[in-house]
Design a binder for this molecule. Structure first.
Ligand SMILES: Cc1cc2nc3c(=O)[nH]c(=O)nc-3n(C[C@H](O)[C@H](O)[C@H](O)COP(=O)(O)OP(=O)(O)OC[C@H]3O[C@@H](n4cnc5c(N)ncnc54)[C@H](O)[C@@H]3O)c2cc1C
Length: 472
């Protein structure tokens, strides 16, 4: 059945009415849609207001929203996908890397262990690297449950933020809210709050607002990075098409990993199947469900056409492998989106460098710590294994404040840092802990009503220690 543009518009109006109804349930005031006082002259189909808006319900955005909600803020969490979760759900990045696994991220892992463990060897909470994965659908269910329990969160899904409502405010611009497309030329919906968190993973909201963003690899002279390039370029880490496999045919043999050209990583242990001594163990505990890193492709991750091309190229590169897998009796599930490791980074009050991470010094305004080495997916070929090692490091609040802006905080892999530094802190436990810190800061700033730079750091850090997400 096809629908007419009018029917679609009616449907979207009803969807927005639903958003507003859930907003009412969480006591979110609706402003007069025809005349939004903060944006004179602009018409909106609906205007909702909260204390904190989080754009992007992914690895960092969900902990940010939950943390702000638990601090008493009324939160609107906006996600462009129909389902929340971000990379583990829409890119099938369900593998654990790095640590520490603390705070809300630890709650997530405990829930996954309790009900969704694949091989019965529940993952322990520890600092550092560990090898364990869960099904993308498990992340989707557990994360949806986590958010559903927070009555201060109004969730808006299938809603792409396509505009920023910005007012020039003295020496800085002030982000007042965001716009969501309602389609077919209808007026956008507006969501207003004193503090908005860009948790898009791509920095796209910050760019829309007019904040300064970075992309690609810096030159050594830009930030004095010891491993910086002689000349800056616009190369970012490769995108990877992730897939899960499922044994469908009764009696199908365990996956013959060695027969695949893009031999990926499977079950709970990277590469261990290739070690002969582990083979009997693998055959014994073989669960019939596997996670695979498919082909990787370089592209400009800011460009949707390039991403579409990359998905297609990656599919083509593993075509023969897929045919073999189907022959062997496996179902092959491609992630809905190609995995984007790196996109824009937003310039903040402090640009975190690899030297900062290597120094082992905790910044005074630390909001989260990280334990994970430099992992650039081989686009910086000159680094030795020793070069990649890092002591535990701290992520400062200043790297989560967009420079030149009021009311705009950052959570996710696009926080303010160099390409080299983000090559380490980009993994889920670390962006989740920092997101939790930024969510708590946003709730405090929203109460102050003056600005995100006025948050009392000692109080913020003490709240995060009590919540278990800050361990220093
Ligand atoms: C192939 C691959 C393998 C990886 N391997 C690992 C690993 O093994 N372990 C590990 O811990 N990490 C791994 N990572 C890194 C990790 O998954 C990411 O760095 C992390 O998920 C980043 O979190 P984020 O919140 O910044 O972004 P995301 O998790 O991507 O969340 C961003 C969310 O924002 C939404 N969004 C974006 N724009 C808009 C908009 N305009 N309006 C509304 N919503 C929007 C997106 O749909 C998404 O849901 C890997 C990444 C990739 C790509």
């Amino acid at each position: 059945m096809s629908i007419t543009p009018n029917q679609r518009r009616e449907f979207l109006k009803k969807s927005l009415a639903f958003v507003s109804a859930s907003a009412a349930a969480s006591a979110l005031p609706r402003l007069d849609a025809a005349a939004c006082p903060q944006s004179p002259g602009k018409r909106y189909s609906a205007v909702s207001e909260a204390d904190v808006i989080v754009v992007g319900a992914g690895a960092a955005g969900i902990p940010a929203a939950v943390s702000a909600a638990r601090a008493g803020a009324r939160v609107i969490l906006i996600e462009e996908d129909p389902a929340i979760g971000g990379a583990p759900v829409d890119m099938f990045v369900t593998f654990l890397c790095g640590g520490p696994r603390v705070g809300i991220f630890n709650e997530l892992i405990q829930s996954l262990n309790a009900t969704e463990d694949i091989d019965g060897a529940a993952h322990k909470n520890f600092t550092g690297s560990g090898q364990h994965w869960y099904l993308p659908s498990s992340f989707a269910r557990v994360l949806a449950t986590l958010v559903r329990r927070e009555l201060n969160i109004t969730l808006v899904t299938g809603a792409r933020v396509s505009g920023a409502i910005v007012k020039s405010d003295g020496q800085r611009d002030r982000l007042l809210g965001v716009e969501v497309d309602t389609g077919n030329g209808a007026a956008p919906a507006a969501f207003m709050a004193p503090v908005t968190i860009d948790a898009t993973g791509t920095g796209s909201l910050s760019e829309l607002a007019g904040a300064k963003v970075m992309f690609g690899r810096e030159a050594k002279t830009d930030f004095g990075e010891r491993f910086g390039r002689a000349i800056a370029d616009s190369k970012v880490m490769p995108c990877t098409l992730m897939l899960t496999l499922q044994r469908l045919r009764p009696g199908a043999k365990p996956l013959d990993e060695t027969n695949l050209q893009y031999a990926g990583k499977l079950e709970a242990n990277v590469g261990w199947i290739k070690m002969e001594k582990n083979r009997p163990l693998f055959l014994q505990r073989n669960t019939g469900t596997y996670l695979q890193w498919g082909a990787s492709v370089l592209c400009d991750t800011r460009d949707p056409m390039e991403l579409g091309r990359a998905y297609r190229v990656a599919m083509g590169m593993i075509e023969d492998d897929v045919a073999k897998l189907l022959e062997q009796g496996f179902g092959v599930n491609f992630a809905p989106k190609i995995g984007v490791r790196e996109c824009r980074r937003v310039t903040g009050e402090h640009i975190l460098t690899l030297q900062d991470l290597k120094s082992g010094k905790m910044p005074d305004d630390v909001l989260a710590t990280g334990v994970y080495p430099l992992d650039l997916w081989d686009i910086n070929e000159k680094l030795t294994e020793a070069d990649k090692q890092l002591p535990p490091y701290g992520l400062p609040y200043r790297s989560g404040i967009a420079k030149g802006f009021e009311g705009l905080l950052l959570a996710g892999k696009h926080i303010s840092g160099t390409h080299l530094a983000m090559g380490a802190y980009r993994v889920q436990p670390i962006v989740a802990a920092f997101g939790q810190g930024i969510g708590a800061a946003a709730a405090m700033a929203a109460k102050l009503k003056t600005g995100v730079r006025d948050v009392d750091l000692k109080t913020l850090q003490s709240k995060l220690r009590s919540a278990g997400s800050l361990t220093v």
